[in-house]
Design a protein around this ligand. Sequence first.
Ligand code: FAD
Length: 434
Amino acid sequence: MSKKTNIFWFRRDLRLDDNLGFYEALSGAHQVLPIFIFDTEILERLPKDDARVTFIHQTLQNMRQTLQDEHDSSIAIFHGKPEVIFEQLLEDYEIETVYTNHDYEPYAKERDTKIKTFLEKHSIEFKTFKDQVIFEKNEVVKKDGNPYLVYTPYMRTWKEKFQTIALEIYYTNSYLNNLIAHSRLPNLSLSDIGFEKSNQEIKDYEVTPTLIQDYEATRNFPAKDSTSRLGPHLRFGTVSIRKMVKKAIAEQNEIFWQELIWREFFMAILWHFPQTVDNAFKPKYDRIEWRNNEDEFKKWCDGQTGYPLVDAGMRQLNETGFMHNRVRMLVGSFLCKHLLIDWRWGEAYFAEKLHDYDMASNVGNWQWVAGCGVDAAPYFRIFNPTTQIQKFDKNHDYIKEWVPEYQELTYPQPMVDHKMARERCLETYKTALA
Ligand code: FAD
């Protein structure tokens, strides 16, 4: 047995600075053992060359290197079920407290409850902190205590509340010497956890004053590629939301800031309504008789619908793990409304492919496009895949990049007639909601 030790458990917060739970662990009275667990329950659902696993693994290696070079420490990396790993840690260390940051997804909540119970049986405290959002859970609710179901009033209250707090940044540098010495801390290669290096790379993010100032004018044009690419970095915590919000409000343009608030809105919705992962927020919409044609779904997945902007989006997703937001809305609407395929099929496909996949944002946005979610687009608003080109890709720059053959004979005819599909959708929704 070594001396008394506190553990910091990294999860969706893969950074050494401005990480609240890590900061709290380092400010405690004992040496700190930082750990990361490649959770087998999560990994078993992913393809073996998953780009997100490669990214997490590489990020951890970089963090380990920094800690070794500058602080003679490291991060212990494990592979298995968290409860089994904690049992093992209990044998090797005299653990006082386990620190970690909140995770709001249903699986994570259940896992954390189990770990808390297990640790408490051994008289070990499980301390958790808010780190991946500015406001969580019940912090932004209506005056009567109920959650907001509409974004705009949520956003206004979020901003009002924000005026009342002092947004702190948690600098850890001067505490890193409280970390345990690095000798014997286990490491794992990608193949040790049953994975291989992905061919896709997660792009770095860009949040410059110019990007924020131009955001409102450029964000809707997919060919401009002018959005921040913050998604995966917020998802895995390689960037701090506090620092990003500070940057956003330093500029005069509020639109970018409001996008960050959309993220928190959907996180709050998932926390209050975890059933929406599988069920329409508006239950009546679960009466819709989806056509769910598998051949049509495959054409959509492969970017072979014969509608060039839809196909460009799906091919961008398949090849790079990213799709521009404007095109996400179009392909989502096309799947649910033109093809009458259940939004859950599209949600699952995005979950597998998107580098920035985040359950709250993905489910929230899919329900938004299908019309069945909180503050959703009205069901009778159906994107026209042809006029969307005139509005957002007038010179076909984005289409040419992803569907270069779009004017050739080899390119398929539209798989469904827009007018017919629109009427079929309206009829189907109307019948279900009657
Ligand atoms: P930017 O435009 O630079 O925005 C900055 C950040 O604000 C984003 O990284 C994100 O954290 C947040 N944000 C922006 N728009 C939204 C939004 N509509 N909802 C929630 N947060 C937002 N976003 C995800 O992070 N994960 C998902 O799994 C996801 N699935 C989506 C599915 C569909 C059908 C649709 C229509 C949208 C989805 N989005 C999702 C929202 C949005 O498309 C992405 O956040 C954005 O395109 C990511 O690119 P960016 O980081 O360059 O964003």
